[in-house]
Every structure is written in C-alpha cells, then in structure tokens.
Design a protein around this ligand. Structure first.
Ligand code: ADP
Length: 258
C-alpha cells in the first residue's frame, strides 16, 4: 500500500532533505523572545517563531471573580488563547472558536504544573495570549511565551516551560512545522517540557506515525524544547542584567549630583 503523504501534492522536501524555507529537518525556525513588553500587565512576553507572532500578558495573583470559582487551597490559573481577526489568511471571526477554547485549556494544563499555585489560595492568575500572526505551532509558541510572562510577573515557578512540536513531512520526521508543513504533512506532535524537572507537561498528536517514528519525533521535539529553554533563560538573565545596569547608573548619577 502506498504511504499516506498528506492531503495535498505539495512537495515539502528537496532531494537534499531541505524544507521549503531552507531549513534542515532538525532545525528550529528563527526565534525572537522578549520580556516586559507591556507596561500595564504584571508580566509579559513576546515571541516570534518563524512567521508566528504572539503576545502573552499576565495579571495576578489577584482577587478572583466570580468568587465562587475560588479554590480554598490554591490559586486558579486561567490562560486565554485568542487569535486576532487579522492573524490568518482569511479574516477570523472575533467570536471565540471551539479551537481557541480547547487551546486555552491545553495551554493552562501545560503551565499549571510549573506554578506554585498553593502559595496563593483563593487567588487568580490570568494569562492572556494573543496570536497576532499565525503560521503553525502557535500552541507551543504560546506556552513558551506565557511561561516567560509568568516569570516576568515574578510568580514563583518550579521551572520554565518550553514547548516545540515535531512532525512528519514527506515521510520524514522534522522539527517545528510551519503552517504549510502542518497542513500538508502527515503528523504533528506538540510537546512541552519542564527541562530542569525532566517533566513533560504537554503531549498531543495529530495524524499518523509508527511507534518508531513517534519516538524519533518525541526525542526531536524535546531537543527543540531544550534549545528554546536556553533562549528563555538568556532573555530572563538579560532582563536582570539590564535592571542592574540601570540601578548602578542611577546610583552613580546621584553620587555625582552630591
Ligand atoms: P497550532 O498553531 O498549535 O499548530 P493547529 O494545529 O490547530 O494549532 O493550527 C495550525 C495552524 O493552522 C495555525 O498555527 C494557523 O497558522 C492555522 N490556523 C488555525 N486556525 C485558523 C483559522 N481559523 N484560519 C486560518 N488558519 C488557521
């Protein structure tokens, strides 16, 4: 029987196993991370992963409304994933779709194990995720950005959560699928991990893979997550270096002034 090569005839790999955007099979898309991008929120982060662009804003811990949702022994973490109307090729309806509701739940469950929720009984920690431009892998990029925004808000975390998908395109296992690869490939496997704790907090699969392919894809996705984790750490460390520089500059200006 001929192997299922996806829904369309688009060729996703060259003879040298290079992808449409020139990447190798085990290569991530270019990633840009920033923290503290919104001054109104308690914490925030921005991610660009290839052509996907996402903002995450954290409010809390704060009083929970409606109060009957409050949990007596821990905080309630609520992530809300939304796509802007202009984030995809054809205008998306502003009404929350079933997919957005599902992804909000999936993202919340991927981040909750990392947060010391027991430190804030009855409180709410709200994470608003806005996809400004979508080009595949937005649930993973959202988790990466939301975890940074939680850290930026100073919320105590057991570890950062880093996320990345691997999948199958033209019969080969590939890292970090773009939209066209996701739509025309045979499988997508989003993974999120807490690297220091060696815990997997998200594992989903769409499409078909053999057991061997699944293991290969999972291991590749974990390697991708580990690279993203290093970038997350770097951007947070840089934030504190910048604060330190600002504080010492202010101190020396005050000393000069008398
Ligand atoms: P993820 O973004 O996590 O891969 P999906 O697999 O559900 O989630 O979606 C894959 C991609 O499909 C998205 O990243 C986006 O580029 C595209 N997409 C999702 N929803 C829509 C939509 N309503 N209209 C057009 N494209 C969409």
């Amino acid at each position: 029987m001929e192997e299922n090569q996806g829904n369309s005839q688009i060729k996703l790999l060259t003879e040298d196993n290079l992808r449409l955007d020139g990447r190798k099979l085990d290569e991530l898309r270019p990633i840009k991370l920033e923290v503290g991008v919104l001054s109104r929120a308690d914490g925030s982060a921005y991610i660009e992963q290839g052509k996907s662009k996402i903002l995450a804003a954290v409010y809390g811990p704060r009083e929970l409304h409606p109060r009957h949702l409050a949990q007596p022994d821990e905080a309630l973490l609520q992530c809300i994933y939304r796509m802007a109307t202009f984030s995809v090729d054809e205008r998306k309806s502003p009404a929350p779709s079933r997919r957005e509701t599902e992804l909000s739940k999936v993202i919340t469950e991927s981040l909750a194990p990392a947060v010391f929720l027991k430190y804030f009984p009855r409180a709410s920690i709200d994470v608003y995720i806005q996809v400004i431009q979508a080009d595949g892998g937005t649930r993973c990029s959202s988790i990466t950005a939301a975890s940074l925004a939680l850290a930026d808000a100073g919320i105590p975390l057991r570890d950062l959560v880093a996320a990345c998908a691997a999948g199958k395109i033209d019969g080969k296992i590939a890292l970090d699928l773009s939209d066209i690869e996701d739509k025309n490939g045979q499988a997508d496997l989003p993974v999120a991990i807490m690297p220091r704790k060696k815990l997997t907090t998200l594992l989903q699969m769409d499409g078909f893979m053999t057991k061997e392919e699944f293991i290969e894809a999972y291991e590749l996705a974990v390697k991708g997550c580990q690279k993203i984790y290093e970038m997350q750490r770097e951007v947070l460390i840089q934030k504190y270096i910048n604060i330190q520089d600002e504080v010492s500059e202010e101190g020396s200006e005050q000393n000069r002034g008398g």
